[in-house]
Design a protein around this ligand. Structure first.
Ligand code: KIV
Length: 267
């Protein structure tokens, strides 16, 4: 039987060179399936706003939406370690609201940890949340909530100066107490350097093969999100046509009167 994953496991996995598998998940049935496959960590990402709610970006996602989806995932009682994203505006205003909202994701949502975006400039926020005994996952490099500052979803840290700033961000979030850090959209050499330097595990997305673990958005690997298909995504299934086929067959059978049959009916 699978054991409940904790922060301690991820430290051990990094030390042993064992890669950490992470996927996003936003609902109960998918959490059951994913947990049954033995995923190490589930991220209830604010990407839910894009791939489930249909927003153009993650900025409109609310605390209530994050709590709703985190609770749905937690009802599967996953053995995987569950991290929930702090959405835009839930931690940027002041430390008190950051602490309150992190606490809500744990108390009301049931998450074991929270993730927030930013490097050195959010170090105080990370420390403040860690002081409440809530494990924090940091997220640096391409941070989707900074979309407008970055001028789009662009690879970060290509020049030497920018790369050094991201390296300093990595050091700062580790020092602030983060148990892990997502490295998104940065050159693989920079991710390799950060992963070698930090004692906490790095989880890459669009950051190459040298991170201590990898995360992808579930809908991207299942072929369920046709809006964007970034270079770093690998599609492991193409469920769009499978769902279309099933829906089209249902419509055709209802129209033809071949569904429902007697076996689907009560006498
Ligand atoms: O919201 C999310 O899914 C994320 C991952 C892309 C890391 O933050």
């Amino acid at each position: 039987m699978q054991k409940q994953k904790t922060v301690l496991d991820f430290q051990k996995m990094k030390a042993a060179g064992e890669r950490i598998s992470v996927l996003t998940c936003y609902d109960y049935p998918t959490a059951l399936i994913m947990d049954g496959c033995g995923i190490d960590m589930i991220l209830v990402g604010d990407s839910v706003g894009v791939v489930v709610a249909g927003y153009d970006n993650t900025l409109p996602v609310t605390m209530e939406e994050m709590i709703y989806h985190t609770r749905a995932v937690m009802r599967a009682r996953p053995k995987a370690f569950v991290v929930a994203d702090l959405p835009y505006l839930s931690y940027q205003i002041d430390l008190a609201s950051a602490r309150l909202n992190a606490g809500r994701l744990v108390k009301d949502g049931g998450a074991a940890a929270v993730k927030l975006e930013g490097g050195a400039h959010v170090a105080d926020t990370i420390s403040a949340i860690c002081d409440m005994d809530i494990p924090v996952m940091a997220h640096i490099g391409l941070t989707p909530q900074s979309l407008h500052r970055m001028g789009g979803f662009k690879v970060q840290g290509k020049g030497e100066e920018q790369a050094d700033r991201i390296f300093q961000d990595a050091l700062a979030v580790e020092k602030a107490g983060a148990f892990s850090v997502v490295l998104e959209g940065i050159p693989m050499k920079l991710a390799q350097r950060i992963s070698a330097e930090l004692s906490i595990p790095t989880i890459g997305i669009g950051a190459g093969p040298h991170c201590d673990g990898q995360v992808l958005v579930l809908h991207d690997i299942l072929g369920l999100c046709s809006k964007y298909s970034p270079k770093f995504v690998k599609r492991y299934a193409d469920l769009g046509p499978v769902i279309s086929g099933a829906v089209a067959s249902y419509i055709a059978e209802v129209k033809a009167g071949t569904f429902p049959e007697e076996k689907h009916s009560f006498s």
